[in-house]
Design a binder for this molecule. Structure first.
Ligand code: PAF
Length: 282
């Protein structure tokens, strides 16, 4: 397995690879890999001649230093997991100073408000940080296919915007959310909560299923009340947001339009850790 730790080595390898194939896949991650990431890597391994996994805990997408400092870092373990899929996968593991040569700051993007709702409302600047690192990675690795998880649905919309604006030849592949046996969406943050709360966090997906099953039967106002009650009945659980929005534009849901598709989005703070999930409801 080849682990590349700086941009100049990366550039040399990429220029060689690009002369041999145009089918390069990239799975961007912040490490602490779980089965959701591994599903993305497996898919990339099936669809691409060469696969890159980037592991970089990107400081500019954290609006909270405590959150950045507590983000799990399990590099050795991550490498073992990637190797279990294939030892031909390339890993890009740069340092912060290598990526942010001119200072640790985000580029400013215009996303038509998509970056200001849901996650963006509670994490100002988060999507500028995501877009900054993703743009740098796409530029350096020159992938033809990139792989992202549906769990971070809003992020996938931002990635689509980046691709449309700067990398029109890249194909975005969105893989379904991977869940544990109780339905909890896998996330690196799950490691930060106790086992007891992890078990109870099954309520998050159960609540989304309740919304999906009752979308046509119950008013939005009543759904919001039910969701809040289901979540906040559990001690140490706090509903940060629950919203239904149009899948493609993330415009707020007002009244049903049969031609549109809608998604429910939820964020629950469990022992202070933010867990997000979403579901297609029609
Ligand atoms: O989804 C993530 O893990 C991160 O937001 C990403 C896309 C790797 C950018 O740092």
């Amino acid at each position: 397995m080849i682990i590349v730790k700086n941009i100049s080595d990366l550039n040399n390898i990429i220029s060689d690879q690009s002369s041999k194939t145009s089918n390069i896949g990239l799975v961007p991650t912040m490490g602490s890999l779980h089965d959701g990431h591994l599903a993305l890597i497996r898919d990339a391994n099936k669809k691409c001649d060469i696969v890159w996994v980037s592991i970089f805990i990107n400081p500019t997408q954290f609006n909270n230093l405590k959150d950045y400092n507590s983000y799990p870092n399990e590099f050795e373990n991550d490498i073992k997991k990637i190797k279990s899929i294939s030892s031909n996968i390339y890993v890009f593991y740069p340092s912060v100073s290598d990526i942010y040569k001119n200072g640790v700051k985000s580029e400013k993007f215009e996303f038509n408000n998509i970056d200001r709702v849901l996650e963006g409302k509670y994490r100002p600047g988060h999507f500028d940080g995501v877009a900054t690192i993703v743009k740098k990675l796409f530029k350096a690795i020159k992938p033809s296919k990139v792989f992202f998880g549906e769990k971070d649905y809003q992020q996938t919309i931002i990635i689509k915007e980046i691709i449309n604006s700067y990398f029109p030849k890249i194909t975005l592949i969105i893989c379904p959310t991977v869940r544990n046996n109780d339905g909890l969406a896998l996330s690196s943050r799950n490691k930060l909560i106790t086992k007891k709360s992890t078990k109870k966090s099954a309520i998050i997906f159960e609540t989304l299923l309740f919304v999906k099953n009752n979308f046509v039967k119950i008013s939005y106002k009543q759904l919001i009340k039910n969701v809040k009650q289901k979540i906040e009945d559990i001690s140490n659980f706090k509903l940060e947001y629950f919203e239904i929005r149009e899948s493609e534009t993330l415009n707020p849901y007002n009244e049903k339009n049969k031609r549109k598709s809608y998604r429910a989005f939820i964020c629950v703070k469990v022992e202070g850790i933010r867990l997000i999930d979403n579901i297609l409801i029609n």
